[in-house]
Ligand binder design. Structure first.
Ligand code: BES
Ligand code: MN
Ligand code: ZN
Length: 499
């Protein structure tokens, strides 16, 4: 989809569909302001339109270049948020599909936000809502038209709108990269193939990639990753991505770690299939988020030293699969008693977290589809976020919560009181890999905390990584959750004065 910005007057726009977002009770005034055939068509149609968020109405001007005009409600202007704008963009995309429009203009509405923010969120919402995964369809839905050209109509602030539109497009495309990876069939994303894909992305977007093979992983004594991999016919990899521009403002990197379980059967502690194993191709959604974020960061040319780390393997039963009772010696030197082979994510993440110490990172964020308990606690639209309780905990938590609010990738904090770690005491090893039935997401985070010695933020995104039924700008399937969250977090980190 091509995205551009114009300041042509509305009557001179020649598109299949012209979309005008308007605030509640402001539609009449807006119609009068527009005037001409477009304004006239609008004002007659408006008796059926209140301007509630996501409400839409289509009308047909008697003459003029654009044959279809639609209004999209924004609700009361003082209540407009970035999310409202994103959903307005999404509503526009749904109208375009319905009317089979291939060229679409979308007006930037007035709000308390800059044209940059408005341009970004509208473009983002529009592009993310237009996504469809059809790689495996012999006959992709012929009823469905894809927008070829999206034109954002800016009043005056053309430059700022253009900056926003560009950012929205890049962040949406990077999110789509992550969705595509999550939706890909497991046999096409074995660890080795995933490594090859990331090498290609690195060349395309300009970041460095190094993919370690099994012997490299053995040399690093990553007992967690190797243990989980034992039941598999496919060797594991560790993917290391580096974005280090000359003008980077930091000498110690920000490190992003993503769980890369390309399929989680549970291992010998086998999952039941129905509603449990069915969607476990999405167990690499944390990895996909990191891959998407590296793409966005590189394409936005963010002046910050950022690294991505992805431990990848599948988790399967097999002749040599690791078993309950196995004690693994991890990269850090700590030993772990495995009491459930389905608690595999924390084992591979622990090795990546412990390896990251080498870089003396400023901060590390890990993203993982880690626990079913997260879905039970927060549902499928909000991820859990945790950080160690030190003097800077509030500052870190505020920064990541702000990025969540800005990006629409929502988070909610969970506590990290010391006593939660008690559940991981083992009789034979330093710790065990599961707690009891209580507070499963927190004990998983407590497990990971054993392997960090730097400022750290943990995001358990089991719920929002994958949807069985779609949301306005998140069709069913992989959501790309985390890409825009990480990108906004990092941008803020790179330009702290602009806060
Ligand atoms: N990948 C799963 C977690 C998951 C569940 C992700 C549902 C997405 C949706 C993870 O590896 C897992 O199996 N966790 C176990 C941990 C338990 C054995 C301590 C779980 O949550 O049941
Ligand atoms: Mn599991
Ligand atoms: Zn898993």
């Amino acid at each position: 989809m091509k995205v551009s910005v114009t300041t042509l007057s509305l009557k001179d726009l020649d598109v299949d569909l012209l979309i005008i977002p308007v605030g509640r009770s402001l539609a009449r005034a807006r119609a009068a302001q527009i005037g001409g055939p477009i304004g006239e068509a609008l004002s007659t149609a408006l008796m059926d339109f209140e301007g509630r968020p996501e409400e839409t109405l289509l009308c047909y001007p008697a003459s003029g270049r654009s044959h279809r005009v639609a209004v999209v409600g924004l609700g009361y202007l003082e209540e407009v948020t970035r999310e409202v704008l994103r959903r307005a963009g999404a509503a526009g995309a749904h109208l375009a599909m319905k009317t089979k429009a291939t060229t679409v203009a979308l007006c930037l509405p007035d709000s308390e936000f800059s044209s940059e923010v408005t341009g970004q969120t509208l473009a983002e919402g529009y592009m993310l809502a237009s996504y469809e995964y059809n790689r495996y369809k012999a006959h992709p839905d012929e009823e469905r038209t894809i927008t070829e050209r999206l034109v954002l109509h800016a009043g005056t602030d053309e430059k700022s709108a253009r900056r926003g539109a560009e950012r929205g497009r890049i962040e949406a495309e990077a999110t789509i990269t992550a969705r595509d990876l999550v939706n890909l069939s497991p046999h096409e994303k074995t660890p080795t193939l995933l490594g090859k894909m990331v090498e290609r992305f690195g060349r395309k977007y300009g970041y460095e990639v190094s993919v370690w093979d099994k012997s490299d992983i053995e040399k690093e004594k990553m007992g967690g990753l190797l243990g989980v991999n034992r039941g598999s016919l496919e060797p594991p990899v560790m993917i290391e991505m580096t974005w280090k521009p000359g003008k980077a403002g930091n000498s110690r990197p920000v490190v992003l770690i993503g769980k890369g379980i390309v399929f989680d059967t549970g291992g010998l502690s086998l999952k039941p299939t129905k509603d449990s194993m069915d969607h476990m191709k999405a167990d690499m959604a944390g990895a996909a988020a990191v891959i998407g974020a590296m793409e966005a960061i590189a394409r936005l040319d963010v002046p910050l030293y950022v690294m991505g780390l992805i431990p990848a393997t599948d988790n399967r039963p097999g002749q040599d699969a690791y078993v309950p009772g196995d004690v693994l010696r991890m990269h850090s030197g700590k030993t772990v008693e495995v009491l459930n082979t389905d608690a595999e994510g924390r084992l591979i993440l622990a090795d990546a977290l412990s390896y990251a110490k080498l870089y003396r990172p400023e901060v590390v964020l890990d993203l993982a589809t880690l626990t079913g308990a997260q879905v039970v606690a927060l549902g499928s639209q909000v991820a859990a976020v945790m950080t160690q309780e030190d003097v800077d905990a509030d500052e870190r938590m505020n920064a990541v919560m702000e990025a969540a609010e800005r990006s629409g990738d929502l988070l909610h904090p969970m506590p990290m009181y010391t006593h939660y770690a008690d559940a991981l005491k083992s009789n034979v090893a330093d710790i065990k890999n599961i707690g009891n039935r209580e507070a499963g997401s927190i004990t998983a985070a407590k497990f990971l905390e054993h392997f960090v010695d730097y400022p750290w933020i943990h995001i358990d995104m089991a719920g929002p990584s994958f949807l069985k039924t779609g949301l306005p700008y998140r069709p069913a399937g992989g959501t790309g959750f985390g890409v825009r969250l990480l990108t906004e977090f990092i941008r803020d980190y790179a330009y702290p004065k602009k806060r």
